[in-house]
Design a protein around this ligand. Structure first.
Ligand code: XIL
Length: 377
């Protein structure tokens, strides 16, 4: 599955890069979900799109998940495979097997693939971090990776170029990382320029989290993000959009709908598109009945979507997975203890549209209704 990187020749990259069994499974045997189930899902909504994060492996293994994706989604986002450390685990290795399988699945079924994510402090490979920390870092190390990843998927319509750049704990409000330390705050604009060279038509996005709630941290993050976007645009950087991750959290107090709306207006005022890129809801209180918990989750999602989708520049909504079973969110130990849950009991966070058996939950209806009720601008 690995291919030599030194020359970056397309043939070398392609050679042996496909995960053969996955490729066969995903490209050959899957019928369209909506035809199988006869139900109408969220696919092909007229005004906004719905999509989900996914891994090719999950889609290959889980028929119900695959059917739900095909019934509901117009796009998929790689849940983990499109990170630098996954793509280029060593300097001379490129691994695209799982990503290629997802891309083939998407193409075969007419889904878009949302590019996520190119530069993220949490997924810079160790070898690259070591190299960049030597001083006198050479941008071509980053540039070569960006070129290889982006040019391999020319039909990706939008790329999350930089993920989570904000950290208001620092005086300049920007997250520290190997790339920041090596190139300074300029790295964000440099990455946008680099990606534009390889994706002349794609929408280039900054993707960020913790922007939704009425607390000083979220407020400071919104403000810093607005300044970052303004700064990039005033430098003439090729920036087209903002990704709002929307990892909602029932422990963060009231959502600030007014502030979200004002924030979105500011971003739209700069001429940018907006994408909801990773919607899910973290639970905190596990004492209520399942039905009550599911209602709280659905209501929180709806509160967010009502304000987000009122803004015509919000192009669509992606959830960070379809089923609670594959969610990256796991209940905090302290929350479980405070809820009186017996230690060791397996408790899933129920913050996605489908439960672990792929039964749709109230969050599913909340998203579907919010999307269906959108009016043309
Ligand atoms: C998460 C994945 O879902 C996990 O599987 C992985 O272990 C860590 O990353 N913000 C992002 C996503 O931009 O890429 C993260 O995804 C969740 C937070």
């Amino acid at each position: 599955m690995a291919a030599a990187l030194r020359t970056f020749g397309r043939r070398e990259i392609l050679k042996g890069a496909l995960a053969a069994p996955l490729y066969a499974l995903l490209s050959g045997t899957v019928a369209k979900g909506s035809q199988e189930s006869g139900e109408k899902g969220m696919r092909d909504l007229p005004l906004r799109y719905f999509g989900s994060a996914a891994r090719a492996e999950w889609l290959g293994e889980n028929r119900k998940l695959r059917e739900a994706v095909l019934k509901d989604c117009s796009c998929v986002t790689p849940e983990i495979g499109m990170n630098w450390a996954a793509i280029q685990p060593t300097r001379d290795t490129l691994e695209f097997g799982s990503l290629d399988a997802l891309a083939v699945f998407a193409r075969k079924h007419g889904l878009a693939m949302h590019g996520h994510t190119l530069i993220w402090d949490q997924t810079i490979p160790a070898w690259a971090q070591a190299d960049m920390s030597k001083g006198d870092a050479d941008w071509s190390l980053v540039g070569r990776y960006l070129a290889a990843a982006v040019s391999r998927y020319p039909s990706v319509p939008q790329w999350n170029v930089v993920n989570e750049p904000i950290d208001t704990e620092h005086p300049d409000g920007l997250k520290r990382s190997a790339v920041y330390d090596a190139f300074g705050p300029e790295y964000i604009g440099m990455a946008l320029d680099e990606v534009r060279r390889h994706a002349p038509k794609a929408k280039l996005i900054i993707n960020e989290y913790s922007l939704e709630y009425a607390n000083p941290v979220d407020k400071a993050r919104r403000n810093r993000l607005v300044r970052l976007l303004e700064g990039l645009l005033s430098e003439g950087r090729p920036l087209d959009g903002l990704g709002m991750q929307a990892h909602l959290d029932l422990g963060k107090g009231p959502m600030d709908q007014k502030a979200i709306s004002a924030f979105l207006r500011e971003v739209v005022g700069m001429g940018l598109d907006i994408y909801v890129t990773e919607l899910d809801v973290k639970e905190r209180d596990f004492r209520p009945s399942r039905a009550a918990r599911d209602r709280l989750v659905a209501d929180e999602a709806r509160r967010f979507l009502d304000v987000a989708l009122a803004e015509p520049a919000v192009k669509g909504v992606v959830t960070w997975g379809m089923s609670d079973d594959g969610s990256w969110l796991v209940p905090d130990e302290a929350d479980l203890r405070a809820s009186g849950v017996a230690p060791g009991a397996r408790t899933l966070n129920r913050g996605l549209p489908y439960d672990r058996d792929m039964r749709p939950k109230p969050m599913y209806s909340a998203i579907r209704d919010a999307l269906a009720e959108v009016r043309a601008a």
